[in-house]
Design a protein around this ligand. Structure first.
Ligand code: SAM
Length: 228
């Protein structure tokens, strides 16, 4: 059975896609998508040998070799041009997700949907989507085994549309859909983030700083203001 986190990613994958799951590890997600008939064909990309072998094993175990191609390589380099129509990238930091998308831009030609699950720094992903004309069409926040995860789904369109009528800096940091919804998990996350940042600020204020430290303090203060 798929984890709650990966189920939330799968929810955003439209039907009848050719889905590339990048950083697939055990290929649980592409196996699920094919078995649930959400995806007609999938590619599981992995950069590391261990997870690549794990993905191959899982695909063979499910007898899905004819519909899931497991490939070893960095990011979107495993894809042919115009091959995928949906890309999922889950369980990595936002900065790495952003790098993978930026370096693989020429593979996005036929891609209609990006479903991204950054473990941290989702703001980096939101910024990349805006800069590249991808419109967020939905977001989910969920808790599983004591950890909080965000899932972002984007299509091509008006990248600024979801941010209209919202405080931009806050929506970029917390997610426009999540900020509007403000569910319990959202409150839990940002309450924790606020107290964490206040702790850091208190520690920094005890040391008299050089310019770099002063800058860091100002950055944290700005984020605290946004969250509060
Ligand atoms: N996507 C799965 C999930 O969400 O459960 C696995 C997440 S796992 C924490 C991250 C995986 O991404 C690792 O297996 C790692 O080898 C792979 N990875 C990291 N950087 C990568 C890159 N540039 N290209 C492809 N895979 C990468």
């Amino acid at each position: 059975q798929l984890s709650k986190r990966l189920s939330a990613v799968a929810e955003f994958v439209p039907n009848n896609q050719v889905t590339a799951d990048i950083g697939s590890d055990h290929a649980y997600l592409p196996c699920y998508l094919v078995l649930a008939k959400k995806t007609v064909k999938a590619i599981a990309g992995e950069i590391n040998e261990g997870p690549f072998q794990a993905a191959k094993k899982q695909v063979e175990k499910n007898g899905l070799q004819h519909v899931i191609s497991v490939r070893k390589g960095d990011g979107l380099s495993v894809l042919q041009k115009d091959e995928a129509t949906c890309i999922t990238i889950a369980g990595m930091g936002g900065s790495l997700i952003k790098t993978i998308l930026e370096e693989g831009k020429e593979k996005l030609g036929k891609v209609e949907r990006l479903v991204l699950q950054p473990n941290i720094h989702a703001i980096e992903v939101r910024k990349w989507l805006i800069d590249n004309g991808w419109e967020l069409e939905g977001e989910t926040i969920l808790e599983e085994s004591g950890k909080i995860y965000e899932v972002l789904s984007a299509k091509r369109g008006n990248a600024m549309k979801p941010y209209e009528a919202l405080p931009f800096e806050a929506a970029l940091l917390m997610g426009p859909f999540l900020l509007k919804e403000k569910n319990n998990v959202f409150f839990k996350k940002w309450k924790h983030e606020l107290s964490h940042r206040k702790d850091i600020l208190r520690q920094l204020e005890q040391s008299n700083g050089n310019e770099q430290l002063m800058q860091k303090k100002e950055e944290i203060k700005k984020v605290i203001e946004i969250i509060e």
